[in-house]
Design a protein around this ligand. Structure first.
Ligand SMILES: [Zn+2]
Length: 469
């Protein structure tokens, strides 16, 4: 099967030109100003952007958490992703305390097998190095393409690790070429503040944010940076929300340390005003780290402009408002933490980042596709439009209007963090390895088309074998 995409404005992290793309099988075979070739299928992309499929480095599909399980499984979550122009993501495989990493991977491979709409890889979330997984087992995971270790510095009594586990994992990473990822909030501090709030009778969703102050994030971010520097491991701080965390990351990067930071779409748009909404509506905005004061929106836009922060993910972790978030109706600490977002990252960052002039189209592609692909061992198979790369392509209509609403979204949850927002620009056609996934409002592909991707080690490239000269 061959496909010729004609006359689109091809935009990568580096380039912006009008041209044709010839796809042979699953990969891009030719790029040119005007390609004179026959193809089984021709797509007219004139007036449209052609972007590399977006890569989301941070999602949680079919994950048990807080006494329930996220509402989106692999099929529904990846369908939402495909409609939003995301063709590859890296999900978290979570070690249950007391069990091995192999057990966790068996479980997580079972969740995706035969159900995938887009391509995916796994990070391993390390929760226990005493009873369950061992340092030796951790060191062998990169051989299976699991090349990032995630640790939670929060969620005391559940996922949180102590500094010894964090540091020992960093030491392993420094040897194996894995990237260490941290959820940076001080879990001990938060635990005390949560108990004090509940004792004082403060049970509303707003107290979720008030008991997780920006200082808790700033302190843990700085601690992780210092520990990683001692261990000699590269560090990626997930979901950075505020000035207190941006500053230590920016300082470390200026000093030439191997530190990167990510933020998520919602932190540019949601704030304390949302979580304070009455009648439990604030629970829709309960995720961690929490929404912040609006003054942080500009801090984050500046950070992604200057590369103090290098990627934008969704941290898609969707729960129903009515039926799951309600577990915490009388106690904010029982509200499952997480929000949806896989479908709207490109919509929102294109509208309020690129169209609003805060970032260039090239930088948008870099933040949503190229940087995540490079940092997580997927580049140049994913994350760019180049000869030899997978034909994961988004034909994006920059003029078509789209209203974001839960009523038409593909996630199974019952709300949307950007409800009612009208954007100009939305994907028209989305291809995964040359296969059409989405055409207009139709899902064309069926579950099973997506594949597991074994990722390269940190700093190494991932190429199709036949594409290596
Ligand atoms: Zn997360």
């Amino acid at each position: 099967m061959s496909t010729l995409i004609k006359g689109g404005r091809i935009i990568t992290a580096a380039d912006d030109y009008v041209g044709d793309i010839y796809v042979e099988g699953e990969r891009i075979a030719m790029l040119g100003e005007s390609l004179d070739v026959d193809a089984d299928r021709v797509i007219d992309a004139s007036g449209k952007y052609v972007l590399p499929g977006c890569v989301d480095p941070h999602t949680h599909l079919d994950m048990p958490f807080g006494g329930t399980t996220t509402i989106d499984d692999v099929t529904s979550g990846q369908t939402a992703a495909a409609f939003g122009g995301t063709t590859c993501h890296v999900d978290f495989c979570i070690q249950s305390p007391g069990s091995s990493f192999a057990d966790a991977l068996d479980t997580w491979h079972g969740k995706r097998d035969g159900k995938q709409i887009i391509d995916m890889g796994f990070h391993i979330a390390v929760t226990d190095l005493r009873e369950g997984g061992s340092l030796e087992e951790l060191a062998r995971l990169p051989e299976q393409g699991i090349t990032s270790y995630k640790l939670f510095m929060a969620y005391k009594g559940a996922l949180m690790v102590d500094d010894e586990t964090l540091f020992r994992t960093m030491e392993v990473a420094s040897q194996t070429g894995a990237l260490v990822m941290v959820h940076a909030e001080n879990g001990d501090l938060i635990d005390v503040l949560v108990r004090q709030a509940l004792e004082a009778g403060n049970t509303e969703p707003l107290y979720h944010a008030l008991t997780r102050p920006p200082e808790a994030e700033g302190e843990a971010t700085n601690r992780a940076i210092q520990l990683a520097h001692v261990a000699g491991a590269p560090l990626y701080v997930v979901h950075v929300t505020c000035r207190e965390a941006v500053e230590p990351i920016a300082r470390a990067r200026e000093a030439g340390w191997n530190v990167w930071g990510e933020t998520c779409t919602q932190y540019f748009f949601n704030s304390l005003d949302d979580i304070a909404k009455p009648n439990f509506e604030g629970a829709k905005y309960v995720y961690s780290p929490p929404v912040r004061d609006k003054s942080n929106w500009d801090v984050l836009w500046n950070a992604v402009r200057t590369d103090a922060l290098s990627a934008i993910s969704t941290d898609h972790c969707a729960f129903l408002w009515d039926g799951q978030k309600t577990l915490g109706k009388d106690d904010f600490s029982k509200i499952p933490n997480g929000g949806p977002g896989l479908e709207n990252r490109l919509h929102m960052i294109h509208e309020f980042g690129a169209r609003a002039g805060r970032i260039s189209l090239n930088r948008m592609v870099e933040l949503l596709a190229t940087s995540p692909a490079k940092l997580f061992g997927l580049y140049p198979k994913k994350g760019t439009v180049a000869v030899g790369s997978d034909a994961d392509l988004v034909i994006f209509d920059p003029e078509r209007k789209h209203t974001i609403t839960a009523a038409t979204q593909h996630s199974k949850t019952d709300y949307n963090l950007y409800e009612g927002t009208e954007v100009t620009g939305t994907p028209d056609v989305v291809l995964l390895r040359g296969n059409v996934l989405v055409e207009g409002d139709e899902l064309v592909a069926s579950p099973g088309i997506g594949q597991y991707v074994a990722r390269a080690r940190f700093g190494q490239e991932l190429r199709a074998k036949s594409a290596i000269a």
